[in-house]
Design a protein. Structure first.
Length: 314
């Protein structure tokens, strides 16, 4: 049976920017990272590229920002694996160690002439507009635009990966978290009065970028529905085929003579496809029906997810 194929990060525009050659060195720099972190870096770069396009950024800035995103977690190369890959909650001391990946990554880039132009990725992707980020607790006016974009892409993929979504079903919960982090919450400030006043009307995330992320996600859900619909169409065609097979099979059972039985059996053979025969066609038919119901339910759920996301407000 044909299998449905959907890649969560398929709809990127990386190829349209011909980044393969320019990013070869940067990608090589990620080779020493653990598989999970490398995949995360690739995902964040893909999302960042999409965000830049939807934000109508120039081609040059999009290329630059995408490479910064590829390198944003390069500093994790020097974080102890027992902390980086710890499945349970980090202690305060361990969290402080994790936070150093930003400055470590920045220093790595600054020491390498080929990576130096992209040092903003590692340094700024955990800074927050309200001053509650790290490593330097900067506020919006001091956080470069690329840092603000990568922060949103990073937070989105980190939550999605943690929840192990294989589809966009339930993705609205992730978007709600990013929206909440875009809302002002000055009561948590413990810094100077000047910083509180300066950032009182800001959340951690740039709301404009989060709005664009919602558009990206909606487009991806529609794309996922389209992929599922193609598969549903394939299943429907096969169900129609099996309906004809069933028709001739029932007539064959009702036949009184061997000639009639053979007549209908020959008609059944016409509709058999590779590896289908009289012994297994009923089970294969059931498999098609089951697959159709499952995919149909998935599409319906995705449409409901769209309704939920469209109601989200920043």
């Amino acid at each position: 049976m044909k299998k449905e194929v959907f890649d969560f990060y398929d709809r990127t525009s990386l190829k349209s920017y011909n980044l393969d050659k320019s990013m070869q060195y940067q990608l090589n720099a990620l080779d020493s990272l653990d598989v999970f972190t490398r995949k995360h870096c690739e995902n964040v770069a893909a999302i960042t590229c999409r965000l830049c396009e939807y934000l109508h950024c120039s081609k040059g800035f999009t290329e630059y920002c995408t490479i910064c995103a590829f390198l944003h977690d390069i500093g994790k190369l020097f974080i102890p694996p027992e902390i980086l890959q710890k499945p349970s909650k980090l202690t305060d001391e361990e969290y402080e160690v994790i936070k150093t990946h930003t400055t470590i990554g920045y220093e790595m880039c600054m020491k390498d002439p080929k990576l130096r132009p992209y040092a903003a990725g590692p340094l700024y992707h955990h800074e927050a507009l309200n001053g509650m980020g790290y490593p330097n607790g900067l506020t919006k006016k001091d956080i470069p635009y690329e840092g603000q974009i990568i922060r949103v892409a990073d937070e989105y993929d980190a939550i999605v990966s943690k929840r192990q979504y294989k589809t966009h079903i339930g993705i609205s919960d992730t978007l709600k978290i990013l929206i909440d982090n875009s809302h002002p919450n000055s009561s948590n400030h413990s810094d100077t009065l000047a910083k509180i006043i300066d950032s009182a009307q800001m959340g951690k995330n740039n709301p404009t970028i989060v709005k664009v992320l919602i558009k990206v996600v909606l487009d991806d859900i529609y794309y996922e529905i389209a992929c599922s619909q193609d598969y549903l169409d394939y299943l429907e065609e096969n169900l129609k085929r099996f309906k004809k097979i069933d028709k001739y099979y029932n007539k064959m059972l009702e036949s009184k003579t061997e000639d009639k039985k053979n007549y209908y059996l020959e008609y059944m053979k016409i509709y058999f496809q590779e590896n289908e025969n009289f012994d297994n066609f009923e089970q294969i038919h059931e498999n098609y029906k089951s697959a159709y119901e499952m995919r149909k339910q998935k599409v319906d759920t995705l449409y409901n997810e769209i309704k939920v996301i469209k109601k989200l407000k920043l």
